[in-house]
Design a protein around this ligand. Structure first.
Ligand code: ADP
Ligand code: MG
Ligand code: MG
Length: 485
């Protein structure tokens, strides 16, 4: 093995372990130093006073509002119910049709708390402390906020690097979009689209965006760190002949949950393929790379031959309008490839030209070997149905029909969504699951591209700094925060 690669891997492994201060800089207290409350006045007057956002959704806001309620004898007993049943349940699902008695009580409780107690809270020292946290959250984010480690992968507009927040020790993956490449290929709206969609994500099955910032040469998206590598790596490097069915089922079920999260937000993903599905430390997956995703509000449909040809649905290839159907086709391709080690319309190592690929996808049937169980084959056949109207996931009964397919019979989706199911394969914490650094092609800036004022305005729009919920989760998990809050 190459020395350079060994050095970089051991630096990354050491950072992951964290050491004595859990990877935090010895100056972390200075970095998380509260501003004086007098400096929070502008923020206080401009902040939207929404109970749900301030006291339920934002983790630090919830914590401080909770402490406020604990400090008031008349509220203390009321809020016990929230501690037992969770804060968000009543808000997320509560207004649906199947309201249980407990949910009704939780809704009533939130209604009560959002009145008089919420306005008293805003006059209390707990809210002052919240404002101070919000000021910290808004600190400028720069290259210096992070330590940088090895290159993890390469994409269309730039590289993905491992990084660590100096103040907290939290590891992330930093996806850099090279400014000259973005400009040369007119990728501005694509980059902004990716950032804005990522920002909205709040699911354990989709990578989350923690920060968006810029350096002199790049736009940076700081994402959930996925140490287990991508599924392409696992299929090609580790298990060349396909994964065991239990693993296929588990990954497919989690991908299905991720897709449903996206679709619920009217987002079509369009880039399903093994290299975009990443594993974390515990072997759970997340969907990543939302560069091609689109928001389809008000039942609009997408147009455009977008995606990677091998995984494109027939309706995308033949340039019709399409909806979420394209993603269910993608799931079919993914299950097929996880099972056999190759994508459905191509022999191993074969590289048919584009028109041949298009012909096969639109008018030939995929073949099933003995590796497919009866249920796996049945599910793939239904997802790889050429006519989107006949495809599983797109029928009148809606998307839930995918989850209820017999292939997933052993999967308890409620428990899976709660994160309490153990993964069938846990990555080795002492391994770095990516290509050697020297095997990842270098990414060179485009020559002759001049960046001007209009570009700077766009970069400023992109660079919004910390994303509140992930940022608050990051700092709230610090071990000695309790005496700090
Ligand atoms: P592109 O949009 O250019 O395809 P991706 O977002 O897919 O870029 O990233 C390229 C590669 O970088 C991925 O295939 C993966 O190997 C690696 N990578 C991306 N995001 C992460 C992450 N959050 N954690 C670890 N590795 C990542
Ligand atoms: Mg990708
Ligand atoms: Mg992409």
């Amino acid at each position: 093995m190459d020395i350079e690669n060994m050095v970089q891997n051991s630096a990354l492994l050491k950072a992951r372990e964290g050491g004595r201060r859990k990877g935090r800089s010895w100056k972390w207290r200075d970095m998380l130093c509260f501003p004086n409350i007098s400096q929070c006045k502008d923020l206080a007057s401009s902040m939207e006073r929404n109970y749900y956002s301030l006291c339920v959704i934002q983790p630090i806001g919830q914590e401080l509002f909770w402490l406020f309620c604990q400090s008031r004898p008349e509220l203390k007993n009321h809020v016990q119910l929230l501690a037992v049943f969770g804060w968000k349940q009543s808000c997320i699902r509560g207004f649906g049709t199947n309201c249980s008695i407990i949910q009704k009580r939780l809704i009533a409780l939130h209604n009560y708390l959002s009145g008089e107690p919420f306005s008293q809270y805003q006059d209390s020292m707990y809210f002052d402390r919240f404002l101070q946290w919000k000021m910290l959250e808004k600190q400028p984010i720069t290259k210096r906020t992070f330590r940088h480690y090895r290159l993890l992968g390469k994409g269309g507009f730039g590289e993905v690097w491992a990084c660590q927040v100096r103040a907290t020790g939290m590891m992330y993956a930093c996806k850099k979009l090279e400014k000259t490449h973005v400009k040369a290929r007119r990728g501005e709206s694509m980059a902004l689209n990716e950032k804005e969609i990522l920002e909205e994500m709040n699911s354990r099955f989709v990578v989350n965006l923690a920060y968006a910032y810029q350096t002199k040469n790049s736009l940076c998206l700081v994402l959930t760190m996925m140490n287990g590598g991508d599924l392409k790596f696992h299929i090609q490097q580790m298990e060349k002949k396909g994964l065991a069915e239990d693993r296929v089922r588990f990954y497919a079920a989690e991908v299905c949950c991720g897709l449903l999260h996206l679709h619920q937000k009217s987002i079509l993903y369009r880039d399903m393929k093994p290299e975009n599905i990443l594993l974390d430390d515990n072997g759970h997956i997340r969907i990543s790379d939302l560069g091609l995703a689109v928001k389809l509000s008000d039942g609009r449909r997408a147009k455009g031959r977008v995606g990677t040809l091998y995984y494109m649905a027939p309706e995308v290839i033949s340039d019709q309008k399409y909806g979420m159907s394209a993603d269910w086709w993608g799931l079919g391709c993914l299950i097929y490839e996880m099972t056999t080690g190759r994508s459905p319309f191509r022999a191993p190592k074969e590289h048919p030209n584009n028109s041949e690929m298009e012909r096969r996808i639109t008018s030939t049937d995929e073949e099933y070997s003995m590796k497919f169980s009866h249920e796996a084959k049945n599910l793939c056949t239904k997802l790889l149905t050429k006519d989107p109207k006949q495809r599983l996931g797109c029928l009148v009964s809606g998307e839930k029909e995918v989850k209820s397919h017999p292939f997933f019979q052993q999967i308890n989706f409620r428990m899976l969504e709660a994160g309490v199911i153990e993964a069938p394969f846990k990555p080795d914490p002492r391994l770095v699951y990516c290509q050697d650094v020297q095997d990842i092609d270098e990414f060179l800036p485009v020559k002759g591209v001049v960046l001007d004022q209009t570009d700077n305005e766009f970069y400023a729009t992109f660079s919004t700094g910390s994303n509140p919920i992930p940022w608050q989760n990051e700092v709230i998990s610090l071990p000695d925060l309790t005496d700090y809050i």
